[in-house]
Ligand binder design. Sequence first.
Ligand code: SAM
Length: 265
Amino acid sequence: MHFYIMTLFPEMVMQGLNTSITGRAIQKGLLSVEAVNIRDYAFNKHNSVDDYPYGGGAGMLMQAEPVYQAYQAVIEKVNDCRRSVQADGAGPKEAGRSPRVIYLSPQGETFSQGIAEELAKEEELIFLCGHYEGIDERVLEEIVTDYVSVGDYVLTGGELPAMIMVDAISRLVPGVLHNDVSAEFESFQDNLLEYPQYSRPEVWHGKRVPEVLLSGHHANVEKWRRKQSVIRTAKLRPDLLRKAELTEEERAIAEDIEGQQNGQI
Ligand code: SAM
């Protein structure tokens, strides 16, 4: 999986993503992350890439041309990479297809595990990080395929959202997590949150680890975990539960908890 991040702050995204699990995956060659500095494509002697918005209003806007030139440079890199894969005989899955370009924007579709799963199927992804008041609409119309937000709040730039997305997508790339970890149940799978987890010691601050987890009885552990997932989701994210497939017994547990919580309000 190849990630290209178009940004005014390449060092910010590279420092973050070269760390920990994504950093190790980059070293192993499972991922590549390249930050492309939009400022390198400034077309004036002051190296500036922003200007006042037509019609007035507060703040500055990133101009269309440097963003477009940076995009063309990324497409060149993608094509070089595809050619080298072809020369190795491996052959890219979809030669010639333009990569998806994701503009990080508070106006986009809210990022979710489902979107991460869909994007993890791509060979390459290009992220476009805005700054200041955003980017001239005309270049967005020309190059962007997806608008994605990380939530209903406004940040100063798209760098943190791009890092969030690369992190969540990378975990789904085969080999990035140990196989036993990636096969495990995680929050949002089946529209349920993960059950509570415990590690050593067995007793901490007078609180014991639930007995069933020490029993070594795998089926009982799984049953307990599933029930805890239902309880936790009913308490914290009842909206998710409405989309989950539950048994009659689980539905009754969830309704009971929701009823108690509504009564408390
Ligand atoms: N004026 C824009 C608006 O009201 O929609 C907000 C611009 S914001 C200050 C600057 C940049 O930060 C955006 O172009 C976008 O790339 C990024 N950004 C801010 N909030 C974001 C969010 N919630 N999700 C994704 N990107 C965001």
